[in-house]
Each structure stands twice: as C-alpha cells, then as structure tokens.
Design a protein around this ligand. Structure first.
Ligand code: SIN
Length: 462
C-alpha cells in the first residue's frame, strides 16, 4: 500500500493547497545507505568541483526565486516580500559555502616538546540528519545543507510538517543544478518520531542538526546520546529589546519594527520583551502603536500585505492565551489584543504597556505580533539584571546613543547575537546561535562549515 500523503494548508485560508509524498521508518535504512554511498564519493571529489556545484545551486535558486517565494508564502503565510528575502538569504548560504569549500584548511606544525610533528586535516563528519522548522522553510534548510555539502557530507532532511513543499521543490532545483544523485534526500513524514528514530539508529548518520524548540531539542539530545551522535542545536529564544535613555526614539522604533515583525513575527530571534527607559517609554509606545496600527494584515500573496497569518489556528490560540494572561496580570492592551475575525489564522498586531517585570508573558517565546513594553530605570545594571534573568539566550537588541555605553550593554547581554541599533542579526557570513538553553554550536560563517567536519590528527616525526 502506498504511504499516505502529507496534505499542506495555506494559513491565510485554512484551505489545502497540495500534498507531498511521505516516508515511513522502514524506508529509512535503505535511504541512508544511498546517502552514505554518495557521501563517500562526494568526499573524494576535489573541493573546487564541490564548490562549483554549490555555486550552481545558488544560481539556480536565484533564477527561480519568484517560484520558491510563492511556495513559501502559500505554505507558511509570510508576505511575499519576506518570502523573497528568505530566498535570497537561503541561496546565499550556497554562495558563501561554495567559497568555504576550498578553504577548509587544517594545520601543520611541531609538537611543543620537539619530539614530533602534527598534521591536522578537516574531514567530513559523514551523513547528516537535518530537522528543519516551518518558520524559514528554505533558509533553515540551506543553512545546514550548504555547509554540510561544502564539507563533503550527505544530508537527509526532515522538513516541518506544515511546510514540506519548499524543501521538496528545492531538492528538484538542486538536482537540476548538478547536485549528485543520493547526496540530499528530503523525507516528509506523518511519523516524525519513527522516522527520526530510524535515521538516528543508522551507523552512517554521525551528525544531527536541529532547529526548533528547546523542549524538542532536549529530547533529541537524549535520543542522539544512544549512538553518541554529534549534535548542533538551534533552539528557542526570548530576545530582550533594550531602549537606553539616550536612544533616538524614531530610530529605536524603526529597529523594533524589524526585530519584532519580520517574517510574520515568527522568528526565534524576534524581539520578545521590550525594556524601555522610563524617560522614553511614552514616546516609544505612542510611535510603535502608530506604526502597528498602519500595518496591512492579510494574505501574504497580496503585495500590499505587511503581516500575514500565523502558521495555524493552534498558534493563534497560544498567542491569545499569552495576551489574556498578561492582561490578567496587570498589562494594558493599547492596540490589538485578539485574533482577527476572518478565515485563516490571523492575530492583530498588539502593543501591551504597564507590563511589570514579573508578568508571565515575558517568560514565553511569543511567536506572534505582540510587543510587551516594560518601563525601566535608565540604569545599565538594572536593565541587564532583567534582560539576563532568562534561561534562553539567542538574540538581543540594544538601542542607544552613546556608542561606548550601548556596546558595553551589548557585551554584557547573555545572548549569542546582539543587534546594536539594528533589527536583524543574521547573515550567512556570520555565526548564528545562542547561549544557555538556546542551543549548542553555531551555523553560518566559518563555524558553520567546521561543524560538519572532524579534525583528523596524524602525528609523525620527519
Ligand atoms: C530563526 O528564527 O531561527 C532564524 C532567524 C534568522 O535566521 O534570521
């Protein structure tokens, strides 16, 4: 009997838009064996040839950017503008890593005691199991796939169930661009636990690269421990957004609009709790509310749309619950505050004020267009005590006037990435990742490709 297909819905309407073929656990050993055979050959392919295949994948994505963006918007809901931005961001991981593929340098030198010499090579780790989220169906895949391929690895990727169509389309595009058969498999499934268990049990799988929640990441770490599989974890965030007393309010609002709302407010790096100096809090709130009230909320496929639907009705209920609870704990809703009464999964852009530092919403990763604002004294230690009182530390944002002060606050923030007077922290050329329970390892930049290699030491005397 054929496997059941996975039906995909458009979050803007709730209507089905297509289906993809799925895999069951029994199919995984054969598929990993194919990946393993392809990987061994790929690892022997000269780096320059690997680089050229990666570069061709970048060019193929750019050539098809409108088509890919339309699929992202249809299955994820984000506005076309954001979807197009995601495609160029996603493609850039291929261009950047095509340049990394030929610079995987090792090390050679004398041992300190003079009794021998070391040769350190960077060898591919093997076959990678990539588990990717629905919020960036293209970029979170290519952020793993491109460096893994650059390093000489094969990849088996399990896309998130709400958004598998982008990954399936990308696999076709990469095949057309010359990616050798067997190196990259996309495995949508209706049995995530079974398929992931089956993959982790296969000896060639030597790396698990996961982007998703801290809760799921912790469970995967336990599973991976059984075979001591190397793990890279990009997990949850709860980004503080700090406005110091010497910040320019208009600039800070501009930064906030991006840090909060980009990609439908569904990024792990999204500004999640706003700590604003008391002297600026009224001006900042008024300006932010004015901007939120002008946002066009609608179907992402409409070019006029600024903010699309959340991923599904469940997400709307979760965000509604956070807001209700915040209000019960004393917050005031200045604008928005509820789901929109229309088909699909829309939530009104919402600003909450009078949020006390102990309000429960500040502990939640909201993943929706809600900005809770806390008025704070303009004192670095006091602000940092609030911002750092958190078990996750992915991104943070600091808006300030005097550079030395804002830099010092940025350095003391317990996060992996800081946007200093800037609303986007990610770039394919820079290390992306968090501290504390936000994850293990970094993706992107030079660290991104090293994560898919093992240093191999040969000690000798000559
Ligand atoms: C994420 O939400 O994890 C990705 C955000 C980004 O890459 O900008």
């Amino acid at each position: 009997m054929a496997n059941q297909p996975l039906v995909v819905e458009n979050p803007a309407t709730g209507a089905p838009i297509g289906e993809v073929a799925t895999y069951i656990p029994d199919e995984i050993p054969g598929l990993v064996a194919k990946a393993d055979a392809a990987q061994k050959k790929w690892a022997r392919t000269p780096p320059r040839e690997r680089a050229e295949v990666l570069r061709a994948c970048w060019a193929a994505m750019i050539a098809k950017q409108d088509d890919i963006a339309a699929i992202i918007t249809a299955e994820n809901g984000k506005p076309l503008r954001d979807a197009l931005g995601e495609v160029t961001y996603a493609a850039e991981f291929f261009r950047w890593n095509s340049e990394e593929a030929v610079r995987l340098d090792g090390d050679v030198g004398d041992l300190p005691n003079g009794n021998g010499r070391k040769i350190v090579l960077r060898q591919p780790i093997g076959t990678v199991l990539a588990i990717t989220p629905w919020n960036f169906p293209a970029a979170m895949l290519t952020r793993k796939l491109a460096p893994a391929l650059a390093a000489g690895c094969a990849v088996v990727a399990k896309p998130a169930s709400p958004t598998p169509m982008t990954a399936v389309a990308l696999a076709d595009i990469f095949r057309g661009a010359g990616l050798p058969e067997g190196l990259f498999h996309v495995i949508p499934t209706l049995d995530t636990a079974g398929v992931v268990n089956a993959a982790l049990a296969q000896p060639p799988v030597r790396k698990l690269s996961f982007t998703g929640s801290t809760e799921v990441g912790a469970k995967l770490l336990e599973q991976a421990a059984a075979r001591v599989v190397s793990c890279a974890m990009e997990l949850g965030g709860n980004a503080p957004f700090i406005v110091l007393g010497d910040a320019d309010v208009d600039d800070a609002v501009e930064v906030a609009m991006i840090a909060k709302l980009r990609h439908n407010s569904e990024t792990c790096t999204a500004a999640n709790r706003f700590y604003v100096a008391e002297s600026l809090v009224d001006a900042f709130t008024d300006a932010l509310v004015a901007r939120f009230e002008k946002l066009v909320v609608g179907d992402g496929s409409d070019h006029a749309t600024d903010h699309g639907p959340l991923i599904n009705r469940g997400a709307v209920e979760t965000v509604s619950g956070f807001v209700r609870d915040a209000i019960e704990h004393g917050a005031t809703e200045v604008t928005g505050g509820a789901a929109l009464d229309r088909p699909g999964s829309f939530f009104a852009p919402t600003v909450l004020t009078n949020v006390r530092p102990d309000n429960p919403i500040l502990r939640e990763e909201i993943f929706g267009p809600v900005a809770p604002i806390v008025a704070v004294p303009d004192d670095d230690d006091a602000i940092l005590a609030l911002a750092n009182d958190c078990e996750v530390g992915l991104a943070g944002y600091v808006c300030g006037g005097e550079f030395a002060r804002a830099l010092s606050v940025s350095e003391r923030l317990e996060v992996g990435m800081v946007g200093l007077n800037r609303g986007i922290v990610s770039d394919p050329a820079t290390p992306f990742g968090g501290v504390k329970q936000s994850g293990i390892g970094r993706e992107g930049g030079h660290d991104g490709v090293l994560a898919f290699t093992e240093p191999k030491l040969i000690v000798t005397a000559w």
